[in-house]
Write a protein of this length. Structure first.
Length: 250
């Protein structure tokens, strides 16, 4: 009986980019950072503090994400900016943002200036997206703040998304890469899709499968926390990696 070979949900170019980016992060941060990373989940075990949508709750989340990603929070100021991002220009002297939709900002000016991470006010209403945004901006603090990566590199933002997977925060960033929302204003209703970050769900699925493979995790418990689409892409990618384990996957 003929069997079907697993098919990757990503292009070969995307696969090679993820593989090369993992190798690069291993050189920059140390491969053990990935092997020893705690996979952080949206559970009370990892986030035991009650979250009430206030700035105090934001700071508690920030402290925990800093701890999980092994970032010294004392070197970073955390701010909240209005959804009208033009107002932020008056608050921060070094305005710079490439984040899609400006969900968050990472700012680092002169050599002696403190790093600043700012999140959009509306993000406080969505703790899952908020954690993903904090993780992405802390990825900037790791890669840009330590001058490991040049800000002008073409794949700097996708690499920053990938570093969240590398450091155990991938469940959050993958699950918020594309989110459908229902709206109803009393006169009409419908659906809209919000995109957060730079990597699509398919690439997150492969990146998470590669993460599990590198860590030799056969059936990681964290997979059940992935959203439906990402989990499907993960399973297809995992099956492909297992069926091609003897191939040179560069």
């Amino acid at each position: 009986m003929l069997g079907f070979r697993p098919k990757l949900p990503v292009t070969d170019d995307d696969r090679q980019w993820v593989n090369n980016a993992y190798d690069r992060l291993g050189r920059l941060l140390g491969r053990n950072r990935m092997l020893e990373a705690q996979v952080v989940l949206p559970t009370a075990e990892h986030f035991p503090d009650p979250y009430d949508g206030t700035e105090e709750g934001l700071h508690l989340l920030f402290q925990r994400v800093c701890r999980y990603m092994r970032v010294d929070q004392s070197q970073i100021d955390l701010e909240v900016f209005p959804d009208e991002t033009t107002e932020m220009r008056d608050l921060l002297p070094f305005w710079s943002s490439r984040s899609r939709g400006c969900a968050g900002l990472y700012v680092h000016g002169t050599e002696d200036a403190r790093m600043v991470i700012a999140v959009k006010d509306s993000q406080l209403k969505d703790p899952l997206a908020l954690v993903a945004t904090l993780a992405h901006e802390l990825g900037h603090a790791i890669l840009l703040g330590k001058k490991l990566v040049n800000r002008d590199e073409a794949d700097m933002e996708p690499l920053t998304d990938l570093v969240t997977v590398f450091l155990g925060m991938g469940v959050f960033t993958a699950n918020t890469a594309a989110r459908f929302q229902q709206h109803d204003d009393g006169r009409k209703q419908g659906w809209s899709m919000q995109r957060l970050g730079y990597l699509p769900e398919e690439v997150y699925g492969y990146a998470l499968a590669k993460f599990a493979s590198e860590r030799r995790e056969d059936r990681p418990a964290w997979v059940k926390h992935l959203g439906t689409n990402v989990r499907a892409y993960y399973k297809r990618s995992r099956a492909w990696l297992l069926s091609n384990s003897d191939a040179k996957l560069t």
